[in-house]
Design a protein around this ligand. Structure first.
Ligand code: SF4
Length: 242
């Protein structure tokens, strides 16, 4: 990477370098700071403002990602928000780094893929093309998803944009909530069971994570899964529907 690229900055709300609560396998999860949407019941209200968070360079994040891959054997990155497509250039840069390292890319967006496909910015289209799994659509509090792991509400769709993943048994397991406690406070990520929602309310959420100095079985696809030709003729697209 050239210095100019490495110096690209991004506004980050939180990083959990190795989690099993934000997609298949162990993943490096990164929440951007800032979302233009306002879904009632959003579980990350402190990540909505475009002010705040921490400014990090692509070089710093690449180094962190590489170290985590070496130490924890992550299989991919997950980009969340905030809204990753409101940070499309930074998100694309991270996705490209991940792909170069053989890691998969999963993105959660409050926009639908159809809305994203109307956007004019080339980096938006390129980010879609560099994504293996896109979970799209706003969070709807009245439609909590209790069937699909890692998914917030039933309206949200899982688009398998490459053949790397498909709707298998791991998507039907119970949701995972991870709570980490360290000297800086408490961080929570993942989706809780319905009867555990709000369990941690009142706990002080940890400040955005600073760069540290130290420190499943296949089953037939769920009815409703459809596979359709992708708009990219070099890839296949599967979309899990309700
Ligand atoms: S898109 Fe996500 S981060 Fe943005 S308001 Fe909706 S739930 Fe919250």
């Amino acid at each position: 990477m050239s210095n100019a690229v490495e110096d690209l900055t991004m506004q980050i709300a939180q990083v959990v370098p190795c989690t099993e609560a934000e997609g298949p396998g162990r993943r490096f999860a990164l929440w951007f700071q800032g979302c233009p949407l306002r879904c009632p019941g959003c579980c990350n209200p402190e990540f909505l403002s475009f002010k705040g968070g921490q400014t990090k360079t692509l070089g710093e994040m690449t180094e962190w990602l590489a170290r985590t891959q070496e130490e924890s054997g992550i299989e991919g990155i997950t980009l969340l928000g905030g809204e990753p497509f409101a940070h499309a250039s930074a998100a694309l840069s991270l996705a490209k780094v991940a792909r170069l390292r053989g890691l998969s890319v999963m993105v959660f967006s409050g926009f639908t893929i159809e809305e994203l496909q109307t956007r004019q910015e080339p980096e938006v289209a390129e980010l879609i093309a560099t994504t293996d799994i896109l979970v799209d659509g706003p969070y709807i509090r009245e439609q909590p998803d209790t069937e699909r792991r890692w998914i917030g509400s039933r309206n949200q769709r899982i688009h398998f944009l490459t053949p790397r993943y498909y709707y298998d048994q791991q998507w039907r397991q119970k949701n995972t909530l991870e709570i980490r406690v360290d000297r800086d406070g408490i961080s929570v990520n993942g989706f809780p069971a319905a009867d555990a929602v709000g369990l941690w309310k009142g706990w002080k959420r940890k400040k955005p994570v600073a760069l540290p100095t130290v420190d499943r079985d296949l089953a037939p696809a769920k009815p409703g899964f459809t596979a359709a030709p992708s708009t990219d003729t070099n890839r296949t697209q599967g979309t899990e529907t309700q």
